[in-house]
Write a protein of this length. Sequence first.
Lengths: 435, 370
Amino acid sequence: MIKVKNELQDLQKQIELWARDYGLDFFETIFELIDAKHLNEIAAYGGFPTRYPHWRFGMIYDSLSKGYEYGLQKIYELVINNDPCYAYLMNSNTSVDQKIVIAHVYAHCDFFKNNQYFKNTHRKMVDEMANHASRIRHTGEGMGFEEVENFIDLCLSLENLIDVHAPLRKENDILGFLIEKAPLEDWQREIMIMLRQEAYYFLPQAQTKIMNEGWASFWHSKILTEKALKDVDIVDFADHHAATLATQPGQINPYKLGIEIFRDIEERWNKGHYGKEYEECEDIEFKKKWDKKLGKGLEKIFQVRKLYNDVTFIDEFLTPELCEKLKLFVYAYNKRNGTYEIIDRDVKKVKDKLLFSLTNFGQPMIAVTDRNFEGKGELLLTHAHMGVDLKLLEAKETLERIQKIWKQPVCLETIINGEKRLLIFDGKEHREKAL
Amino acid sequence: MIHKIERDYYRFKDIIKGRIKQNLKKYITKGELIGAQGKNLISIPLPQIDIPKFRYGQEQMGGVGQGEGKVGTVIGKGGQEAEAGTSQAGNLPGEHVLEVEVSLEELASMMAEELDLPRIQPKGHGIVSNLANRYSTIRTSGTESLRHFKRTYKEALKRQIAHGEYNPDNPNVVPIKRDKRYRFWKPTPRPEYNAAIIYIMDVSGSMGDEQKEIVRIESFWIDTWLRSQYDNIVCRYIIHDAQAKEVDQNTFYHTRESGGTLISSAYKMAKTLIETEYPSQDWNIYVFHFSDGDNWSGEDTKLCIDLLKYHLCPRTNLFCYGQVESRYGSGQFIKDLRDAFPQEEKIVTSKIDDKDAIYKSIKEFLGKGK
C-alpha cells in the first residue's frame, strides 16, 4: 500500500517515461490518491469531482458503496478525458495494483488524446462540468430544486437521442432539435443545452469502450511485464490482470476482447498475416508458419487506435480465427424455457450480432421526421427498426416525457412484433395505430 | 472535503421512501415483510427507478457471449415477473431489482404518516431510569463551535452599557473574550415509559387460517408502531375458545382449537394478568382482542361487558376489539360492545372483513393517540 505521495510520484514518473518510450502520447496526467468512499463518489459522478445535483448520482453511489462493502466490486482507477487528464487511484491498492493502474491510465490518456472520435471533445470538461453544476444549482435556487430536477429527469430520458455522426445527421439529434424548436422557458433551454453537451462529451467513450479498454490493458500488460514488474510482484500482477480479463458467459468483457484483438493485430502485422498474397494462399501449413518479419505490429496498432471506433474495429479486425479462439457465441432468449441459450457459433453471425449491439452506441436509431405532422403541430419520430423492437412500456413513458417538452401530441413510428405501428401520446392518453 | 454526494444520496433515499409509501398498503396487507420479524432491517424489493428511454428489449435483443458451451447451453435466466400487474419487465441481464433496506422504525413511521396516526401520549410519569446529556446550560468557556451567539452579544451589550460605551445611535456591539458564552451539557433525566400489550385471539373452530393471517398481520403492525412509541414493551398472548390460556407468540398464531367460544374466559385472564403484573400506575396497557364475534351466550357477553367496564377499561390506555369475518359470517359481539359503550373513548371496535381492511382497522385502533 502506498501512503506516501513521494513514493507514488517516483513510480508515476518512472512509468510515464516508459510509456513515452513506447510511443504513447498523452496530456499531462495528474494522479490523486483517494479513499474508497471518495472514489465511489467521483465514480458516481461519472469521473468528475463536481456535477450538478441529481438523485441518480446518489443511486449509483449507493450501489457502488454497497458493492464495495460486500466485496463484490472494487474500482481501482478512474480517469477523465481532460487536458490535463485527471486520474484517481484508490489509496488501499497494493503497489502492484498502482503500477498496473498507472500504466493503464497513461494508455487511456493516449487514447483520449489521439483517437479521432475524441477530436472534438471538450478538453476542459472538468471545469465545464463544474460550471454546469453551479449554473444548475443557481437555477434551482430561483426555480425550486424539485422543478429543476424534474426537468432534468425529462432531459435524461432523451440523452441517448443524439447524432453519432454529428453534425451530419441532424434529424437524429433530437435533443438539439428540441432545444431549437420546442416551446421551452429560458432556464429549461439552458439546462437542455448543458445536458446535450454532456451527452456528446460522453458519446465517444461509449463508441470506443472495447478499443479503449483493450488498448489500456494491452499497454499495462506490456509495460508491466517488460519493465515495471519486480519478481515479487509477479503473482499479484497475474492475479489482478487475470481478474480484469475474466469473462463470464453471456457477457463480453471489453478488456479481454479488446486486448486480444490488439495483440492479434500486432502479431499479424509483425508477421505479415495480411494483404492479398496472404489471403489468397491456400496452403494451411504454409500459412501457419508465415512470417515475413515485417515488424510493423506496433506501428499498425497505433494507427488503429487513431482511426477506428468499436464498430469499425470489430468489423475489420475480428477475424474468423480469433472469433474461434475467443470462443465467441450468439445467445438468444428461449421463450419456452425462460432462459438465455447459446444459439450459434458461426463467425458471421457472431460478428453481425456484435456489430448490431455496437451500432449507434448500442441505442435504437430514432429521428425527427416531421414537426408539423398531419398539419397539426404534432411531432413525428421514426424508429429505424433493425430487427429488434423497442421496449414498449418504456417507449411509451419516454413519449410522455417528450410530449411534456413538445407540448403538442408526439408520435413514434416503429415496428412491434413485425407490424408497423404508430404510437401516439397526446398529453392525456396513449393510442396505437396500425400503419 | 465536503462530500457533495450526500445530498444526492439523501435525495435518492427520499425518492425511494416515496416509492415505498406508494406501495405501503400493499406491503402491509400482504404480510410479505413479516417473515423478516426479529431482524431490525427489512429488505424491500423495488423495481429499479431508472429513467425511461427508448431502449431495446433484452429478450429480443439477445447478444454475444464468450466461453464454453454447445448450442442450447443455458447461460442465464430471463424474465421473471417483477411487479405483478404493472409491467412484464423482469430480472433480465442489465436490469436489476433494487433491494432497499429499511428499518422497522422507519417503516412504522411511514405507516404512521400515511395513516395519519398521532404520536402516543403515554400516561403516568414514567420511570426515570436514564440520564441523557443535553446541551441545556451555558458556560463561560468552551469550544468556539459551541459558542452561543445571542448570549455572547447580550453579555457584550450589558458590559458596554455598564461602561457607558454603548451608543444607541451607533449600536456597535463588539464582544470581547470575557463576554463569550458557550453551550454546555447537563445530565437531564429522561423518563422512560413502559407498555404492556395483551393480545387475545379467539381460536375456536370457526376461526380459520385466513382469519388468523389477518390477525397476524394486523398485530404485527400494531406491535411495530407501539414499539416505536415506547422504550420498553412487553407482549403477552392469550388464546381462548371456551377456556383461555396464555401462550407464546408462535403458539398464538398457529393454534387451532375446535371448542366453543367463551370470551369472558380470556377477559378474566387479562384482568388477572394486569392486576398481578402490570400495575397501571407504572404501565401503559393495551389490549387487542380478535374474534369472529360468535360468543357462546348473551349471558357471557354480559359478563364480558362487566369485566370491561369495571376492570379492564379503567386500567388500560386502550381496549381494541377487532372482529374478523369468518366463513360462518360475523357474530353479534361487536354490536353488543358498541351498544354497551357508545361513549367510551378507550374502547375501539373495528370490523375487518378481509386483508384490505387491515389498513383502515389499524387507523381505527391507533388513530386516537392513546
